[in-house]
Design a protein around this ligand. Structure first.
Ligand code: ADP
Ligand code: ZN
Length: 438
């Protein structure tokens, strides 16, 4: 038992101890931000708050939110709290429009990140003797190097494969005896398909037993597919460039949400419309205050990620609150004919059909006044041989299921295996062609 925690002292601290620790760090952090960044000094002053007003954890609610646009407006270094000389590494998010979001790390920030990634990997069962196949992209994206540093801290063997060249990835996994796979869930599905095509049986030909998947929303049904296709136990891991990268939260082997490392992050959940703080158990937007970040500190950062926080104890013995699987980003939410739809809801339906491969695309268009909502889904090798009659029945069943959860009746297009483009990084599931059309 002793062996299940990387950092038992913090992972199993009592809630009282944790809250006390958080309060101490929060007070210090607010003061640090006030004294070292013009941005927060101005923000706090205009909200009429001075660091000495933070006396309880609830007092954090007086602090104005920080949003992604604040980071973009202060690109690249406007929010740094230390001199650039103290920055030892820089990462950036993939941000597709405007200025990217830059993360700048001091030596201390790097140590914390490695510690949190080690702790996260360890919670999923990764040990020194493991061989980790890391197919997250290396580079500015925090995925590749985040897993790298954590694995090295544990002392496991890391294979920094990065993305792409899928056939070679399979060969390396086989030849090097990889026991752990780290990549986006969509790439795990792609790898499983490619193995199947090449006649590689993961249960016989590979030693994989654990998978760490994150960086994009995925559903329980994708988990079932990955676990079944690769013969592994799949874990969800979460993070974002603004906070450090991966390592903010991770699932333990009870698989009932992701433990948020609360000795390093103060978490709140808010109503994205009103900004009101919501109680545990209610769905809303995650807001984080990193408590130990030094180079690029943040107070009450709005992630736009939608989740639910649970605070009851977990059977694994860790006391840290759990966030439920991310349902989507508030900016990913689609409004189709006035109805709010998360791509993850569509994914859940598609994955429920064994007749379909784990690939789909949502296409939205507005050729005239009304939105046209199409779901393109891929048939498996087997079902691609079905008769037109059978396919029509399948389409009707899919449309009905989507209708049950959204009230909408999409056009279902069934395509041959391999027709939907695969991605090695984060999947692009939505094609919205409506912008600019009435
Ligand atoms: P971006 O994707 O914005 O370019 P990042 O690489 O920092 O930048 O990605 C962080 C975002 O990825 C998170 O805010 C969240 O939306 C998504 N993400 C990360 N991990 C997960 C996960 N396990 N489940 C769902 N979404 C995730
Ligand atoms: Zn647990």
């Amino acid at each position: 038992m002793a062996d299940i925690y990387w950092n038992k002292k913090f992972e199993t601290a009592t809630t009282d101890e944790l809250r006390k620790h958080q309060l101490q760090l929060l007070k210090e952090k607010v003061k640090f931000c006030y004294e070292n960044t013009a941005f927060y000094r101005n923000r706090l002053k205009s909200a009429g708050i001075s660091p000495s007003d933070i006396k309880t954890l609830e007092d954090a609610q007086k602090i104005p939110f920080t949003v992604k646009d604040d980071l973009r407006d202060n690109y690249p270094f406007g929010m740094l709290a230390v001199h650039l000389d103290n920055i030892v590494e820089i990462h950036a998010s993939s941000g597709t429009t405007g200025n990217p979001i830059v993360g700048a790390y001091t030596t201390n920030d790097m140590d914390v990140w490695a510690e949190l990634m080690a702790r996260s990997l360890y919670a999923t069962g990764v040990r020194r003797q493991d061989v980790i196949h890391n197919a997250y992209g290396y580079g500015l994206f925090t995925g590749g190097l985040g897993f790298h540093y954590g694995a090295q801290k544990i002392g496991s063997t890391i294979i920094p494969v990065s993305g792409g060249m899928t056939q070679r990835q399979i060969k390396l996994m086989k030849d090097l005896g990889s026991t752990v796979l780290c990549c986006t869930p969509s790439y795990a599905i792609y790898l499983a398909e490619a193995m199947n095509k090449e006649g590689v049986d993961p249960r016989k030909d590979l030693k994989l037993k654990i998978g760490n998947f994150g960086a994009e929303p995925w559903s329980e049904r994708i988990r079932e597919r990955i676990e079944n296709d690769l013969g592994i136990e799949a874990f969800d891991i979460y993070g974002l460039t603004e906070l450090c990268g991966p390592g903010v939260s991770v699932e333990c082997n009870k698989h009932n949400g992701l433990h948020i490392w609360e000795d390093h992050f103060l978490v709140e959940i808010i109503d994205p419309k009103t900004g009101d703080v919501l109680p545990a158990g209610e769905e809303g937007e995650l807001v984080f205050t990193p408590l130990t970040k030094t180079g690029f500190p943040l107070l009450r950062f709005r992630t736009r990620d939608i989740s639910v926080i649970e605070t009851e104890k977990c059977d694994c013995g860790r006391t840290h609150s759990r966030m439920m699987r991310i349902r989507g980003r508030s900016d990913d939410m689609l409004i189709i004919r006035g109805v709010n739809v998360f791509p993850s809801q569509i994914e859940y339906v598609i994955m429920g059909f064994p007749e379909l491969a784990a690939q789909y695309q949502i296409i939205l268009d507005r050729p005239e006044a009304l939105d046209v909502f199409t779901i393109k889904a891929e048939l498996t090798e087997q079902t691609s041989k079905s008769t037109q009659e059978e396919l029509n029945v399948l389409k009707r069943r899919i449309r009905q299921k989507v209708n049950n959860i959204t009230g909408l009746s999409p056009i279902i297009e069934l395509v041959k295996p391999g027709e939907i483009p695969r991605t090695v990084g984060k999947a692009k599931r939505v094609l919205d062609l409506r912008s600019g059309k009435i």
